[in-house]
Design a protein around this ligand. Sequence first.
Ligand code: F0G
Length: 430
Amino acid sequence: MSSAYLQCIEESCGRRQDPKKDAHACAFCGGLLEVKYDFEAFDPEEVRHAWHQRRLSGEPIDRSGVWRFRELIPFIEAGNRIISLSEGSTPLVGTRRTGWWAGPVHLTIKHQGNNPTGSFKDLGMTACITRADVRGVRMVACASTGNTSSSMAAYAARAGMKALLFVPYRQISAAKLAQSLDFGALVVEVGDTFDEAFRLLREIAPELGLYLVNSINPFRIEGQKTIVAEMLEQRAWRPPDYIVVPGGNLGNCSAIGKGLRELKEMGFIEKVPHVVVIQAAGANPFFRMMSSGAEELTPVEHPNTQATAIRIGHPANWKKARRVLEWTGGFCESVTDEEIYEAKAMLAADGVACEPASASTVAGVRKLVRAGKIPWHADIVCVLTGNQLKDTEYIMRHRAEAQETHQRLRVDPDLDALRKALEAALAVPA
Ligand code: F0G
């Protein structure tokens, strides 16, 4: 029997919600909701052993890097079907040059781009679509900068549900749009920003009876929080000093914070890493609020960054995210598009690639080390949230100078011409 219930996060309210409904906002005060459990007492050693053993299993539920940790997300009754695409189980990769460049720090990469649809969203989506399936939902909807939509489209297809996506017109990468279309979703291009598309979706959702799977849906956060257990297991349960994530709608940092808090309360870890959020300078309302000490978030009206995944001016989860930074002694930093590109190029030189939003983490670490806010040789995990091929237009734009730097040659099909061209190009050091 599941002990899960939904509760308002507002201190002045904190009320439990009607268990018959999966709401996205408190029925009493409109605040954000979170999933709570009456966890049974765990023996962390035993549970760790069970998680480890499941890696040898061929069962789909055990092959998922989310459901393998099912003791942490007991909101589905045993026997219900799980909508999974074998998400999670992503690599933790050491860096060589990037750690020196950004620090010197001990920098590892948790690469969430290695998920079925190429982003970290798949962790939350398996949880949320499974929940929707149990509830008998036939149509799911989200607004998105491109990754949530691709992920939702895939998991909805898997579950046999209709998928309705709202995306800002011409503001998401072609690859992400193509993914969603490929999975058969209905794509509505509306508004200039994610914020506009999201506002319209929230307004129309009750009329159409839509089940929203944006990160205001607390079950998304449940799936996403399992990244912490997987990362710690890969590190032999030694927490790093810092976990660094990009900040858009601020669901991911909320999920990581919730995961850390629960693992600490259950005795899996003693030390809690500082959670650090990095925003793009043109879309940094959370950074502005945290650094000014303001009580409330002031939205950025015209968010702008080439890291389109995090081009968000009014993040829905800012209250959860602020709590996480307070609990963990974390902070927020803001980086320019130029700094993001430098970090992305540096990672690529290390053989690690990602989409631009993800590289903001490494750019943020470099900036924070230079400012003396993160000490030299700190043990840091940067979460790379999306795959390199999510935004190839960005790469081609930035590598346009490749022609002049002898990285890309167009040569007449003639041996002499080929020799001449290669002589110059191969003289350039690696
Ligand atoms: N990185 C990538 C690649 C993303 O797609 C997103 C968010 C983030 C970071 C930020 O995560 O919103 O949890 O703070 N993408 C959402 C989307 C908004 O619609 O795909 P967050």
